[in-house]
Design a protein around this ligand. Structure first.
Ligand SMILES: CC(C)(COP(=O)(O)OP(=O)(O)OC[C@H]1O[C@@H](n2cnc3c(N)ncnc32)[C@H](O)[C@@H]1OP(=O)(O)O)[C@@H](O)C(=O)NCCC(=O)NCCS
Length: 167
């Protein structure tokens, strides 16, 4: 299938409410059955609360990119320097346009940034039960580096694979 024609733009402060709302919509379509509703609500608040996103935009080691199909915001990718490595921290595409190459284009965009900055690889963490995402990361050249469980507080854990793509 031909990839959808998208434009990738940096997130700016006026975009924050829409990014937060888009995250909720995509998370609700993705994570029931993988993690509990309580954990979904906790993590959305922790990671996509407006104040948190405004703070992320101020952080020189974080990049927030969004994808538009025409005027419609259809997804986003956040990347960051994490413990000395370049990490794709978030990648979320609206269900209406999944499997049309948008995720692949955002991965390429983020990988290009990592390469320009001189990093040898891009890493990410993905829930071990998120088979579709794992399949998509493998398609774009990521391999599993290790399995981790991370205590994120309030009785919740992240049960993830760390994957890496050599640039
Ligand atoms: C995972 C995700 C980011 C991939 O982006 P995308 O734009 O849908 O993916 P692309 O079109 O670039 O790549 C397609 C590949 O992704 C995988 N994939 C995506 N959607 C899928 C689906 N519904 N069923 C099975 N595989 C799927 C497949 O490997 C597919 O390759 P194929 O079509 O050759 O089989 C996107 O589907 C998404 O946002 N999913 C929900 C949120 C999520 O899980 N995010 C990742 C958190 S770590």
């Amino acid at each position: 299938m031909n990839a959808l024609n998208i434009a990738i733009r940096r997130v700016t402060p006026p975009d924050v409410p829409a990014i937060s709302a888009l995250a909720r919509e995509i998370w609700q379509a993705t994570y029931p059955g993988i993690i509990t509703q309580e954990q979904i609500d906790f993590m959305l608040e922790q990671r996509y609360g407006h104040e948190r996103l405004y703070d992320d935009l101020e952080d020189a080691d974080k990049w927030l990119d969004q994808a538009f199909q025409g005027e419609r915001r259809v997804g986003f990718a956040f990347s960051e320097i994490y413990k000395g490595e370049f990490k794709l921290d978030k990648l979320y595409i609206h269900p209406d346009v999944q499997r049309m190459g948008v995720g692949g284009q955002l991965i390429a965009h983020v990988s290009e940034r990592a390469k320009k900055l001189g990093y040898p690889c891009v890493i990410l963490a993905v829930n071990k039960r998120n088979d579709k995402a794992i399949g998509s990361y493998k398609k774009y050249g990521f391999i599993v580096r290790e399995a981790i469980t991370d205590d994120i507080g309030h009785g919740f854990v992240m049960d993830d694979f760390v994957m890496e793509k050599v640039l």
